[in-house]
Write a protein that binds this ligand. Structure first.
Ligand SMILES: N[C@@H](CCC(=O)N[C@@H](CS)C(=O)NCC(=O)O)C(=O)O
Length: 213
């Protein structure tokens, strides 16, 4: 959404439990959680609130209340859909991650395709880009990392995905070094280490990072 707004940004990783404690001590995290977005002299928390703030800021929330309602409904469904891709790196085997994403796409893919079809194909809401398109394309990009042929039977979704990734700001982000790489074991280990949480049970010594009390 920052890229869709053409806002230059710096992505600062929190790499140690100590760095997280230091960040928490600043008082910038109202719920003690990441991510934190520092923008417009404000500390934004909760990714869905950040997305909607950027949608309003960039006029990406449709043209009226009905459009905004559709943006929210689609973004809600996208969050349910995206969760399976977010969990993929935490699965014990690639086959499990792939099968769960195939099943999730079988449920949601045709519904997203139908929405695009009933809205004449080009965008999820109205006749211009909204944040619903951006979050849907982002979720699809995660699925496509595991399932490259995913969109072969959903032409409207395929077109939407390509339209979003060709957006100037988003294309520039995707070409940049800021682009997140596909999450693998390193990501899962880093997250558990920094948050001092247990690893998924298929990892050896799964409790190795759990804080001792
Ligand atoms: N609903 C929140 C989820 C935030 C969340 O779970 N953040 C994790 C890191 S990705 C965290 O800070 N966990 C530590 C904690 O909950 O204290 C969002 O979308 O921003």
């Amino acid at each position: 959404m920052l890229a869709a707004n053409k806002i230059d940004f710096q992505n600062i990783a929190i790499e140690t439990p100590e760095a997280l404690a230091t960040l928490r001590a600043t008082g910038k995290l109202p719920f003690d959680q990441m991510p934190l977005l520092e923008l417009d002299a404000q500390n934004l928390s909760q990714s869905s609130a950040m997305i909607r703030y950027l949608a309003r800021r960039g006029d990406l929330y449709g043209d009226n209340d009905t459009d905004a309602l559709w943006c929210d409904m689609i973004a809600g469904a996208v969050a349910d859909f995206a969760e399976t891709a977010i969990q993929a790196a935490f699965q014990p085997k690639p086959e499990v991650a792939i099968a769960s994403q195939q099943a999730r796409f079988a449920k949601f893919g045709p519904r997203f395709e139908a929405r695009l079809s009933s809205n004449r194909g080009a965008f999820c809401v109205g006749n211009r880009l909204s944040f619903a398109d951006v979050v849907l394309a982002e979720a699809l990009s995660s699925y496509l990392e595991w399932l490259p042929g995913l969109l072969s039977d959903t032409p409207h979704l395929n077109d939407l995905y390509n339209r979003v990734i060709e957006h100037d700001g988003i294309a520039s982000y995707l070409r940049s070094e800021q682009r997140y790489p596909k999450a693998g074991d390193d990501y899962v280990i880093d997250a558990a280490r920094v948050l001092e949480r247990a690893l998924p049970s298929h990892f050896p010594d799964a409790d190795r990072f759990v804080a001792q009390t």
